[in-house]
Structure formats: C-alpha cells, structure tokens
Design a protein around this ligand. Structure first.
Ligand code: ADP
Length: 291
C-alpha cells in the first residue's frame, strides 16, 4: 500500500541547508497500523508531510498504491494534533466534516448525509449542529477524525493526534482509532511521542532517531486483539516492548545489526522472528553518535 524508498529531506538550500531525514525506507501493508515514535525534532512530521505529498523529498521515492507521490495522493486523509486550528469555528460540526467533500460531491444533501454518517462513526451524532467551540477537546478531535473518515480514506496519516487531550480521553480516542481500523480496514500511520501509545495501538512500532532522522528499529507488536486499555497494558509482552522502545528512543539499545527489512523484526514478546533481536546494535551506536 505504502512504500518509502531511500528518502532524504532537506530544509533550506546552500549553506543554510538542514538535512532532516536520510535513508528512510519503509513498507506498510494494506490495513496495517504503523506507529512512528521518536524524540522531538527527529523528523516524524516531516516524514508524514512528504508521504502526504505536501513536501517534496530531495531524494528517494514514495508510492501509495503503486503510484509515485507528487501531490496529495488519492484516498489519503490527515489528522493533526491541533484540532482547534483545523476546525472552522464559524461552521457547524456537520459542515466542518462535510467541507472536504466539496471537491468530489456537488450535491449538498449527499455531503451532509456523508458527514452525519462519519459523525455517527465517532459517536458524535448528537453534536452535528453544534459549533466546534461548544465541544470538549476530545470531541473536537473526534470531529477532526470524522472529517477524515468522510472522505473514505484508504490511508490515514495521524500526526500526534491525541497530544492535546487529557489521559482518559486519549485512551478513548486510541480505542476509537483501533475500532475504525478494524471495521474499515484503513491503513494508518500514527506519529506519536508517547511510547506506550505506540505499542498499544501499533501492529509495528518504527523508531526514528537521530539528526538526520533515520529508522533505528522496526518492531513487530504481537499483542492479542482486540486490545484493552487495562489488560493489554499489564501483559509482560507489553511491558517488555515498551521498555525496548524506550531504550531505543533514548539511545540505549542492545547489541546487533541494523535493521534492513520488515522481515527482520523483534516480536512483542521479546523473542525473535526471522533474525535475532540483536539486529539493533550498530544502528544504536550510529544513533548515539548522531543524537
Ligand atoms: P518531529 O515531528 O520529529 O518533532 P519535525 O519533522 O517537525 O520533527 O522537524 C524536524 C526538524 O526539521 C527539526 O529540527 C525542525 O526544527 C526542522 N524543521 C521543521 N520544519 C521546518 C521548516 N519549515 N523549516 C526549517 N526547518 C524545519
């Protein structure tokens, strides 16, 4: 579904050029939820913007459904962290959700019906005629997710989508996204700085570190489905993997070789699949030099 090959991105030119990403290669299968975690400033948002076709990489290619990305790809939707700036305060919640449909659907009644269905999917049917400022932060972010769903996306990019809400609401939104993925088979890339969230939501956790940012590890999460905020988080496999990801993000990984392909994955149980978990080592050393 999504293939990123040898991506490099640089802000600015000449002496002021600042290379932010280098050598990023990543494959995401249809219906997968891949969480991208890493320290602030390592290029997570830049990577998402390149995949969304909003920024053009200096090197490398991105394909979505086999088509090289030069502009915003068909069937892609993005949810940002800052819901307060992504919803228009003068439009009702329903009209905010219907807004992106103007490009593809000329009939207002159909746009409104689609928006109401998307609002129902995120549990906001009762607020269709409210204005965004009449909703709580969590509800506003649900509305932003509904707006993304209204376009019936095949690929959903989420950039720190739950960073501005309280802990309880955050958990509810994580479960909402997992439910939507399960029901609709949407492929999701979720950028987060929250290590627990990356393990709880992800089928894989991709750890990005360094300057320039590069993939330090690509870890399979083998936790039972459906996930549960209480029972999943107390599983030894969860505790082990969050510690592993935490070490990687902080530059304290074990010994091994750098990851080269998604087949070389550490499992969530701390056991190995394919190759020994030791693949992490030289990437870790590189990263420590670069961080
Ligand atoms: P992250 O999402 O991991 O926090 P970003 O992708 O936002 O990282 O930023 C990566 C680096 O690129 C940071 O050093 C940031 O300062 C820089 N950067 C981001 N946007 C711009 C921009 N528009 N112009 C110049 N530098 C930028």
């Amino acid at each position: 579904m999504l293939e990123v090959t040898d991506l490099m991105y640089t802000y600015g030119r000449g002496d002021g050029a600042h290379m932010v990403l280098d050598g990023i290669s990543l494959q995401v299968a249809r219906g997968e939820l891949v969480a991208i975690v890493g320290p602030s400033g390592c290029g997570k948002s830049t990577l998402l913007r390149c995949i969304a076709g909003l920024q053009r990489p200096a090197r490398g290619t991105i394909t979505v459904n086999g088509t090289v990305v030069h502009e915003v790809p068909e069937g892609l939707a993005v949810v940002f962290q800052d819901y307060s700036r992504s919803l228009y305060p003068w439009l009702s919640v329903r009209d905010n959700v219907a807004l992106p449909l103007h490009r593809s659907q000329p009939r207002r009644a159909v746009r409104r019906e689609t928006a109401l269905r998307a609002l129902a999917a995120v549990g906001l049917s009762d607020t269709a005629h409210h204005y965004p400022w009449q909703l709580s932060g969590g509800m506003q972010q649900r509305a932003a997710i509904a707006r993304a769903l209204a376009c019936d996306p095949v690929l959903l990019l989420m950039d720190e989508p739950f960073g501005s809400v309280d802990a309880q609401t955050r958990e509810d939104l994580e479960d909402l996204v997992l439910g939507l993925r399960r029901d609709r088979g949407i492929t999701i890339l979720l950028v987060t700085h929250d290590i627990d969230e990356s393990v709880y939501t992800g089928d894989r956790v991709v750890v990005l570190t360094g300057a320039p940012g590069h993939i330090r590890a690509d870890l399979a999460v083998q936790l039972p489905e459906p996930r549960d905020q209480i029972t999943t988080r107390e599983l030894p496999a969860f505790v082990h993997l969050r510690a592993e990801v935490g070490r990687l993000v902080r530059g304290r990984a074990g010994h091994g070789r750098p990851i080269t392909s998604p087949q070389h994955l550490v499992t969530g149980t701390g056991q190995t699949s394919g190759t020994p978990r030791a693949f992490l080592d030289s990437a870790a050393q590189n990263s420590e030099d670069r961080c």
